[in-house]
Design a protein around this ligand. Structure first.
Ligand code: HEC
Length: 368
């Protein structure tokens, strides 16, 4: 529907614009703020020039190999997190990050990426249907560790800030609303009818009834017309109709195991939800969650996806004795910005006891 598309595009472009503006703003602060005495005299212009020169110097020297090494070890495999924060946090981080990234490419950007890579792509065929739910499972396992660790941990210096809670909530919201949407679409009788008229053009009432019964029995569809249990003869006929018209694009919905389980749970309210336009509403809820996450990325803890890799790359190639005062000022501002208040530093810090007594809870407070 055109007005649907308009609302979608308006949401997409505005959240994208907010995200880009925010990223530029946050990155610009690295060149504006000065923490120590080094940057006091350096103008923003000189700091940007010094950083650009240093960047190209690294790019065209053997240091680029160090950059590559840092990328693989510290960014792809997140070794430093493993060493400093321990196995559980490393695993949670990896599961959430790679699960979400895979969902982004395979599912959210399917029209731009997956469809181009696989000419026979349909979200309702395998391996895509299974993978979507599998990646969802990775993210949820990561979230479960992240939440569980917070519940179990008794370490008083590791705190859950509002930002940590936001990061968990927004990811969970996106995944759960997606699962609910998938399940609701599976139960939806109006979706079934739309597909029927788009792909089958069936007029024989008997055949329609058989197909519907088959989908109720095997694909979690909820229909006002079909009484369960369905008799075996009707099911066999339905399987044949399904094979003719639907099987080229649909593996069993059971492969979408989250959605299928959700569909089973929704079952008692499915007809009512379908009549109320539930699929469209849930679709918007899911999309708004995704766009909200995108728009708030630069202003939330999620910004560490940008700041931490950049700051790790810089620390891999910099020579502390030779950095210019301009670059030192920029690096300090950037490194403080990359702090996620994870608490690992204060866990082993000998001065942290004092800070607990004196009440400076984040020792390295951002933009102090
Ligand atoms: C050309 C491929 C294609 C064919 C043929 C096809 N479908 Fe679909 N169907 C899809 C895609 C893709 C989706 C998910 C996206 C969407 O809603 O458009 C879908 C979604 C559905 C849904 C919503 C829930 C879900 O499982 O995702 C139902 C129900 C459905 N189809 C039933 C059928 C039936 C019944 C037939 C056979 C008459 C059929 N489809 C034939 C591609 C197809």
């Amino acid at each position: 529907m055109p007005n649907h598309m308009f609302a979608f595009n308006a949401l997409l472009y505005s959240s994208f614009l907010i995200c880009i503006t925010g990223l530029v703003y946050r990155i610009a602060t690295w060149f504006v703020l000065s923490i120590g005495i080094q940057g006091k005299k350096a103008s923003i212009h000189r700091r940007i020039t010094a950083a650009s020169i240093a960047f190209f110097r690294v790019l065209f020297s053997l240091n680029v190999l160090k950059l590559l090494q840092a990328f693989v070890i510290d960014i792809v495999f997140q070794r430093r997190l493993f060493v400093k924060a321990g196995f559980a946090r490393w695993l949670a981080h990896l599961l959430i990050f790679y699960g979400f990234l895979s969902l982004l490419f395979l599912h959210a950007l399917d029209a731009v990426i997956t469809q181009r890579l696989f000419s026979d792509y349909y979200s309702t065929l395998n391996p895509f249907l299974f993978l979507r739910d599998f990646f969802g499972a990775l993210v949820l396992s990561g979230l479960a560790i992240a939440v569980g660790r917070r519940v179990v941990s008794t370490h008083r210096r590791i705190r859950t800030t509002r930002m940590d809670a936001y990061a968990i909530v927004i990811v969970a919201f996106i995944v759960f609303s997606g699962i609910f949407l998938e399940g609701l679409a599976m139960t939806s009788h109006s979706e079934f009818e739309r597909m029927l008229s788009d792909y089958a053009g069936l007029y024989d009432e008997e055949e329609i009834k058989a197909l519907e019964a088959f989908w109720v029995e095997n694909f979690a569809l909820v229909s006002p017309a079909v009484q369960t249990p369905v008799n075996a003869e009707l099911l066999a006929q339905g399987a044949e109709v399904n094979e003719t018209y639907c099987i080229s694009c649909h593996v069993s919905n059971k492969w979408g195991f989250w959605g299928y389980s959700a569909a089973k749970g929704i079952r008692p309210f499915a007809l009512w939800l379908d009549q109320a336009g539930g699929v469209a509403v849930c679709w918007y809820i899911h999309i708004v969650g995704c766009f909200l996450g995108l728009a708030l990325l630069p202003f939330s803890k999620m910004f560490h996806m940008v700041s931490v890799p950049v700051s790790m790359s810089v620390s891999a190639v910099r020579n502390p004795d030779r950095s210019s005062p301009e670059n030192l000022a920029t690096i300090e501002a950037m490194e403080l910005d990359a702090c996620t208040h994870c608490g690992v530093c204060s866990q082993t810090c000998s001065a942290a006891m004092m800070s607990e007594v004196m009440g400076n809870e984040y020792i390295r407070r951002r933009r102090k």
